[in-house]
Design a protein around this ligand. Structure first.
Ligand SMILES: *Cc1c(COP(=O)(O)O)cnc(C)c1O
Ligand code: SF4
Length: 353
């Protein structure tokens, strides 16, 4: 039994944002139109981090709705990375031969304003039904190429430990699934959920479990979040990170660098920096690719190799992730190359004959 008081409830509407002092009452009506279209939720852990006096607060930018979400660009699409084209049965996305996504639920503890699945996530239509889960597991069992199952959603750690354990055991019963990976924001946005029961549920898979933590600003790695990561890592669950490059949140080498260091200090290995997907109504949160490459090059120049994520773009249309950082090696022909060092200096390299 936990003896600390139950955490206060998440904020789920513009009216509750006003009540919490995070929104001026005059701004609420415009946001109601946004939340009629896209789900919103802010956990107590994240609400606490918002500075209500900062109109450009990087935490608020991620979770507080913005009227610009109702403006869409021609290039934006409801299924920006083309998951639907690779979904053989409900709940499965199978794009790469050796790994599948298993989408267990639509709910998240927070709803990110830039979410690439914003047209499908939200409360209601909660989870994959037991029958659909059985069909998804049967699909994985029938394809011996599937070496890794990636739990996603929604946020899989928003499920009860009991239900997560059923899924983990079901995957554990499939001999060719060697690795279970969980994509989640929970260790940062609701760290109290990472308790002994949740960790036991993950470990009931029986083989290697990785947790990929999604966080976008160094402030999200609070002492409580770092402690939640430590509980996972100490239990033998290695962690990697995922970050979305976001305008006004982390589009600055100092901020992004501080985030990568916070991950490494928490024993979370930086893995992916995602170029923001073309989800509807997210233009105000996206930077252009050229600026993204400059920021990533600046990280290379100043931070430990442990702090370097791969900058990737999910090619619209369902073609998968592609590394998009500027290459440090430019071919000049006939085995000759120009190589750029961490300070930006150019050097010639020639393959020995
Ligand atoms: C991103 C993604 C994965 C995971 O890719 P990694 O490069 O292994 O992290 C797997 N399947 C789909 C459909 C994805 O979009
Ligand atoms: S936690 Fe992930 S799936 Fe949920 S709203 Fe944020 S980006 Fe979307």
């Amino acid at each position: 039994m936990r003896d600390d008081p139950a955490p206060p409830k998440p904020i789920r509407s513009p009216a509750e944002l006003v009540e919490a002092g995070l929104l001026a009452p005059a701004r609420a009506p415009a946001l109601e139109a946004v939340t009629a279209r896209y789900a919103m939720a802010v956990t107590p852990a994240m609400a606490q981090l918002v500075d209500p006096d900062d109109p450009d607060d990087p935490i608020a930018r991620q979770f507080v709705p913005d009227p610009r979400e109702l403006e869409t660009r021609a290039q934006e699409r409801p299924d920006p990375i083309g998951d639907a084209a690779h979904s053989p049965v409900e709940g499965i996305v199978h794009r790469y031969p050796d790994r599948v996504l298993l989408k267990l639920l639509h709910a998240c503890p927070v709803y990110c304003r830039f979410c690439f699945r914003r047209e499908s996530v939200g409360p209601g239509g909660e989870a994959l039904s037991p029958e659909a889960l059985a069909r998804a597991l049967a699909y994985i069992r029938a394809d011996a190429r599937v070496w890794e199952a990636i739990l996603t959603g929604g946020d899989p750690l928003a499920m009860s430990p009991r239900r997560l354990q059923e899924v983990a055991r079901g995957l554990g019963d499939i001999a060719h699934v060697q690795v279970m990976r969980v994509h989640t924001r929970v260790p940062a946005v609701a760290p109290e959920r990472i308790d002994a029961a949740m960790i036991a549920a993950l470990k009931s898979f029986g083989r290697s479990v990785y947790v990929a933590l999604h966080a976008n600003h160094p402030r999200e790695l609070t002492p409580a979040a770092r402690a939640a990561c430590a509980r996972l890592v100490d239990a033998g669950v290695p962690m990697v990170s995922q970050t979305v490059l976001l305008k006004g949140v982390n589009d600055d080498p100092d901020v992004l660098g501080a985030l990568m260091r916070a991950f490494v200090e928490s024993r979370v290995k930086p893995y992916y920096l995602h170029h923001a997907d073309l989800a509807p109504g997210t233009a105000h949160l996206r930077v252009d690719l050229a600026r993204g490459r400059e920021i990533v090059a600046a990280l290379r120049g100043r931070l430990s190799g442990l702090c370097q994520p791969d900058y990737v773009l999910d090619a619209p249309g369902g073609f998968g992730k592609a590394p998009v950082a500027a290459s440090a090696a430019e071919p000049l022909g006939e085995g000759r190359w120009r190589v750029t060092d961490f300070r930006g200096g150019a050097h010639d390299y020639e393959d020995p004959v």
